[in-house]
Design a protein. Structure first.
Length: 119
């Protein structure tokens, strides 16, 4: 949902798994010299109040993404840091952790909060 909104501001620098499996070109994004930083945004389960937004450079064990990434987040972070680029993770606590649930009101509000951070 964030990617759909962000692409209007950054049309060539926003990539979404909704459109294409990002693992196919993630390594290329990380190693290209044109990017100084990589920001990963995802719905997560970290035991917080639904809709809570977590902004961190630390991908710890307690952060569980709700999407299935081909490359685990800690390895993505390591690849980014090896390339001497900045890494930031933004996650929103989902209300329901059931697969294929419609986004809750809390997630819609979290999307608005994330957009304020990034625009």
């Amino acid at each position: 949902m964030v990617a759909e909104k962000l692409v209007k501001f950054y049309p060539t620098n926003v990539f979404s798994e909704e459109v294409e499996d990002i693992s196919v070109f993630l390594v290329e994004i990380i190693v290209k010299d044109i990017y100084d930083a990589v920001v990963i945004i995802d719905a997560i389960n970290y035991g917080a109040k639904p809709g809570s937004v977590l902004v961190t450079t630390d991908i710890s064990e307690y952060i569980r993404p709700l999407t299935s990434h081909s490359i685990p987040l800690p390895q993505i972070k390591d690849l980014i840091e090896i390339q001497k680029k900045e890494f930031l993770f933004i996650g929103a606590q989902a209300k329901s952790v059931e697969f294929m649930q419609e986004p809750s009101l809390e997630i819609h509000e979290a999307v608005d909060e994330v957009m304020k951070l990034l625009t």
